[in-house]
Design a protein around this ligand. Structure first.
Ligand code: BGC
Length: 235
């Protein structure tokens, strides 16, 4: 394995509905390169997305292994859902395909799970939501992930799901003020449902929040969606 800063290096990739982001991390999760971003190909089918990842990987120099955050349910590297990409992803073995393409070990997880791994304290009930193209969610109990939580597609209000009410398409349609008022209601509903100790809010639109958050709620920088990639290699 190549040595950079005396440690194994990880190419961490975040596949989003609008952009694919990447960065190389040291074994302790310190960024070793800039964060690069390319637009997610449209239509976002597996082949062009994998091609885009291969191009980013080629531009990043040396790395030993790869972590990928995917915007849908992932089981053992195989995609279960991909609401904001393309139906062709369903049942697609992303881990094996990327391992063959890049010639490195690959681990794949849900994007919100990775965001959470980069943000949580590891104590108590910690809920993570991500506000981007979609609405991501991850629940941790004393640092242990409760797998495959998909709050985004659950009913929130007025017959609409959290994602329909708070995803990027809705933000663009209703504007900042109404989106913030919805988010405030969503936080209240989530607190009532999960009785979490902490709620973390990440994703590209987390910086659009204008109201004061309750003391047990905090925003996390979008970069944790990449930094958390290192956690996939913890034993
Ligand atoms: C997907 C989630 C994902 C979220 C954020 C949702 O549409 O179902 O799995 O975490 O978008 O990308």
């Amino acid at each position: 394995m190549s040595e950079q800063n005396g440690s194994v290096t990880t190419l961490s990739i975040d596949i989003g509905g609008s952009g694919i982001k990447a960065m190389v991390l040291s074994a302790d999760g310190t960024p070793l390169t800039e964060r690069n971003r390319v637009d997610t190909p449209k239509p976002a089918k597996p082949e062009p997305v994998i091609e885009a990842i291969a191009q980013i990987a080629a531009s990043k120099g040396n790395f030993d292994r790869v972590s990928v955050g995917f915007p849908g349910v992932v089981r053992n590297g195989v995609i279960g859902t991909a609401a904001n990409l393309d139906r062709d992803w369903i049942n697609f073995d992303l881990r094996t395909t990327l391992e063959e393409k890049l010639g490195k070990p690959v681990r794949v997880a849900n994007d919100a799970d990775i965001q959470g791994l980069g943000a949580i304290s590891g104590q108590g009930v910690e809920l993570v939501i991500t506000l981007g193209t979609g609405f991501g969610s991850a629940l941790f109990v004393d640092g242990k992930l409760v797998p495959n939580l998909e709050l985004g597609h659950h009913q929130f209000r007025k017959g609409e799901t959290y994602e329909q009410e708070l995803g990027r398409a809705s933000y663009d349609k209703i504007g900042k003020r109404r989106w913030n008022s919805r988010l405030e209601k969503a936080i209240a509903a989530l607190e009532y449902t999960f009785n979490y100790d902490y709620l973390y809010i990440g994703g590209g639109n987390a910086n659009k929040i204008t109201f004061e958050l309750p003391p047990n709620v905090k925003t996390v920088p979008n970069v944790s969606g990449i930094l958390g990639g290192i956690a996939l290699w913890r034993e």
